[in-house]
Structures are given as structure tokens and as C-alpha cells.
Design a binder for this molecule. Structure first.
Ligand SMILES: CC(C)(COP(=O)(O)OP(=O)(O)OC[C@H]1O[C@@H](n2cnc3c(N)ncnc32)[C@H](O)[C@@H]1OP(=O)(O)O)[C@@H](O)C(=O)NCCC(=O)NCCS
Length: 150
């Protein structure tokens, strides 16, 4: 449970600029295509109960984006401001998003982390997550399609 002045609440569209600002100052967090305000707004509208922020007053200190596609749950951008890491906030954000995904009926949750992000690997393993070595991740970039393919 988060104690003190900090609280976890649902993320709102108005939080987006501060969320992006936070992510950009956190090493290890991949802010890339998919993180345009428009796509994030769509994600939050589709997953209103599972996109959460950690706040101290108006200050935004942490985020987690959870989504459920009806089959699997996904977690993106779990992040805590560097000055506030190591105080249990990441664990609480993770617990809360799992609680919300469970309420939606998600039976299993996946997340992606860069190979070089050893901090994330240690964190998730400390929280009991399974590191999947039996799965390869494949991606398709829609930009590869020529107009006539669409
Ligand atoms: C990963 C992250 C969200 C963890 O948040 P945090 O608030 O620092 O983590 P917590 O304080 O809740 O730590 C919970 C547990 O994780 C483990 N842990 C956290 N940071 C760790 C580290 N640097 N090394 C080893 N274990 C660590 C500890 O076991 C800790 O439990 P304990 O304090 O009871 O021993 C945070 O470090 C972060 O924002 N990292 C950068 C962004 C990122 O890489 N996100 C993941 C993208 S997939």
C-alpha cells in the first residue's frame, strides 16, 4: 500500500504530457513509435481502469499502462522517477495494475523488456515473474507496406 502524500490513481488524458516527460528522463525505458500522444490517448481510452499514475500532489512520479485484449493482459511503461526508486512504489504500481487486470478477467499477463535492461529483469524476477526463454518476439512494421498492399 502506498503511504504518505503519494497516491496511485487512474491516469487521465491530461496527464499525458507529464507522463511523456517522465519517461524521457528514465534510462532503460524505450520511448518510441507508439508513444505519440494520439496513440497513448487511444490506449488509455480502451483501457481506462488499467492505466495508472503515481502522484504527489500535482507531481507525477510514476506510471504503468496495462491493457487487456480479451485473451492476454499486457503491461507497458512501468516506471518510477529516478529520485523515488527503491522505495516500494514500483512494486505497488505493479500490484495495483495486476489487481485491475484481474478484475477484468485477464488470466495471464505479458510484458516486454529490453535485453540490456537488467534492472527491470531483477525487479520482475524479485516480484515472482517468469522470464520466458521459450518465446521469440517478432514485429511487423506497417511502414513496410507499399500503398498497393493496403
Ligand atoms: C523497475 C522499476 C519500475 C522498479 O521500481 P522501484 O520503485 O524502484 O522498485 P521497488 O522499490 O518497488 O522495488 C521492489 C523490489 O524490486 C527489487 N528491486 C528494485 N530495484 C532493484 C534493483 N536496482 N536491483 C535489484 N533489485 C531491485 C527489490 O527486490 C525490491 O524489493 P525490496 O525493496 O523489498 O527488496 C524502476 O526501477 C524503474 O522505473 N526503472 C526504469 C524503467 C524501467 O526499466 N521499467 C521497466 C520497463 S519494462
Amino acid at each position: 500500500m502506498v503511504t504518505g502524500p503519494c497516491r496511485i490513481e487512474r491516469a487521465g488524458i491530461k496527464d499525458l504530457p507529464l507522463m511523456l516527460e517522465l519517461w524521457r528522463c528514465i534510462p532503460g525505458l524505450g520511448v518510441g513509435s507508439g508513444d505519440e500522444e494520439e496513440s497513448l490517448r487511444l490506449f488509455m481510452e480502451r483501457n481506462p481502469s488499467t492505466c495508472l499514475v503515481l502522484k504527489d500532489g500535482e507531481r507525477l512520479l510514476g506510471t504503468v499502462l496495462g491493457g487487456f485484449d480479451g485473451r492476454r493482459g499486457y503491461i507497458y511503461h512501468l516506471a518510477v522517477h529516478p529520485d523515488y526508486q527503491g522505495q516500494g512504489y514500483g512494486r505497488e504500481l505493479l500490484k495495483e495494475v495486476l489487481h485491475e487486470l484481474h478484475k477484468l478477467g485477464a488470466p495471464k499477463i505479458h510484458l516486454f523488456a529490453f535485453n540490456e535492461n537488467q534492472l527491470a529483469a531483477r525487479f520482475y524476477r524479485s516480484q515472482g515473474w517468469e522470464w520466458r526463454r521459450d518465446i521469440q518476439v517478432f514485429s511487423w512494421d506497417m511502414g513496410k507496406w507499399k500503398t498497393e498492399d493496403v
